[in-house]
Design a protein around this ligand. Sequence first.
Ligand code: AMP
Ligand code: GLY
Length: 422
Amino acid sequence: MKILVVGGGGREHAIIKAIRKNPAVDVIYALPGNGGIAADAVCVPVKATDIPGIVKFAMDAGVDYAVVAPDDPLALGCVDELEAVGVPCFGPRKNAAVIEASKAFSKELMRKYHIPTAQFKTFTDMKAATEYVERVGAPIVVKADGLALGKGVTVARTVAEAKTAIREMMEDGKFGASGSTVVIEEYLEGPEVSVLSFTDGNTVVPMVSSMDHKRAHDGDTGPNTGGMGTVAPNPYYTPEVAKRCMEEIFVPTIRAMNAEGRTFKGCLYFGLMLTADGPKVIEYNCRFGDPETQVVLPLLESDLLTVMRAVTEGRLSETEVKFSEKSACCVVLASKGYPVKYESGCPITLPKTGEGREIYVAGAESWDGRLLSHGGRVLGCVAVEDTLKDAVAGAYALAKSVQFDNGFMRRDIGKRALEARV
Ligand code: AMP
Ligand code: GLY
């Protein structure tokens, strides 16, 4: 089989490595891939947002199956366009990808179908938004409506901070059109859990839970990033919590999307907060998380491509999806200065990896046989072990054995999980 994977980050590298294990796979094309992915797939220089370019390539190459991984092409309707030329895909169509692409949509969906989430109001008028935060006070959360690379959220401790965020989004255009509508929501407290799930629109199968570390620096300080590391499973996600989430959130969401005529097929990511009032949805993503995928897929014992095709063909209920009982940790090596300002083009030398170790390349290009950094998040160093403690130690040992002078990592990935009392 010829497989096409749209995207070029650490998440896509993890997906590609898992798909490669299927013996029916002859070739995987990554569009655009990256210098590290090139070791596992044929990289083709077509941007993930160039939908006509992707469709043309798929037809010319005779691709049998496509996986569309990033949010942008999903929101642009890449799956619809590929399906229209007869290429079956893993990923939601445009009308379902809106669950991530518009926070105003997802919040209204949750309100309409009584899915637990923070209370909120949506604004298109800056004056009204400002008056609202003055009236209800802080702490309060301000979110840009559209896609903003995971950076469109301000958790404001003061009214002044909230007003600045509103002005930046609605007047200064910090996130372009994504910020012309803002959602202002109630501040919630509690441990956060990421749950990725497979769904074919009828059945929803949660994957092993995980915990992201979104802030750039130790102790959850510094600016928000795409994610500086992950662990799986998440110790806060007990079997009781999982049962509640299934009944109160996962199944109702799948049914709600069907009722809206927006059947969701693919990977639906639930960003949850476990509050004193029970689990609530912080966000939905219409795709695999990054770097959650880098700890979840190494624990998947079933064949990924088989599960993906079952999702596409609506056969998920009859397909086994089995996860190992082990634990995984991913430590991200980022370019110094990320997410604000950083250099690219710095040399990287990767160590050899053995059993239970993987390095997924997120941002690097290959130049003259050498790997050079290219982007903010550069590598995800992953270890799988019987215990979380050993997985964390293993991921750090692996990260330290990488030669990348311009890199930095958080030193406390997994600390909160190891200290969790549940
Ligand atoms: P999001 O991009 O929606 O996942 O938000 C980024 C981060 O902001 C989340 O991971 C939370 O830590 C925080 N956050 C978002 N919404 C809320 C909320 N209603 N209350 C408290 N923290 C929030
Ligand atoms: N790691 C968070 C995300 O993928 O959105």
